[in-house]
Design a protein around this ligand. Sequence first.
Ligand code: A2H
Length: 258
Amino acid sequence: EGVGPQEYTAIKMKVLNWGEASKNATSSPNWAVSADADVYLVAATLRPETMYGQTNCYVGVNIKYGAYEATNGQIYITTERAAKNMAFQGNSKIPDQISYLGSILGSELIGTKVRAPNSSYDSVYVLPMDNVLPTKGTGVVTSVPSDSPADFVALRDLQRKPDFFKIQSSWVEGFVPIDIIKSEQYGLQTAAFLVESLKIQSQKDVNQIEQAKDLGYKDAFFNSTMNIGKYKGMAVQDAKPLIRDDMIAAGDAFAYAE
Ligand code: A2H
């Protein structure tokens, strides 16, 4: 981790259908279940160029999230910590004031269907991941199993044992990793390659996942090209800021630092 602030891209994942868990939850306020308001789960990423490969969204089941109304009228679901950071960042793309509407637990977000901007899948589901930290980013992680070893392993765990994780198999079936980035060394599925070569069994292998993450991040930045989208063929390093700017201009993302 560097010393300076980490520059994330906040990805806006629009709620299309609330899952059953949100409807039955006692702590879930009315905004979540009845409002026609624009509600977004906001995920923090360091890899905006990988959004073509989103297959799902992860939350921590025990993490408490809040719903915050931004000055643009949209409702953002993030941790309280991230909402405060957003409110203090004087960037015109970031609402300078947000108001708290209510809370929702991660477990109550599972099974909700969201739109993942730029993804090849029209809609994706909110699913549980063990290693989501409440103290990093927004506490919401968008999943790109082609290029993130952590995301790959968590999705594979869910696909292998849906009952154990208390999810419906239809939320993970058919969501296959997409060939979005071409690495000279690892091919078109960097995460699968690294998970296989480091013999990572499950989400519990946190040290190996960390190692795979470092290898993958460096390789993508220095030795890989885009294999999809407007910047296909361009080095990842060059495409990254362009895709980020495009997503911000489209209203699908905003800058977020911490
Ligand atoms: B990255 P760093 Cl394709 N808990 O986005 C756990 N992980 C979190 C998180 C949280 N609260 N908030 C963000 N993250 C993840 C994409 C991606 C990411 C790819 C490949 C590598 C990668 C898709 N998931 O990260 O500790 C998010 O996953 C490897 C560096 O601040 C975010 O970027 O360095 C990354 O961790 C931020 O981790």
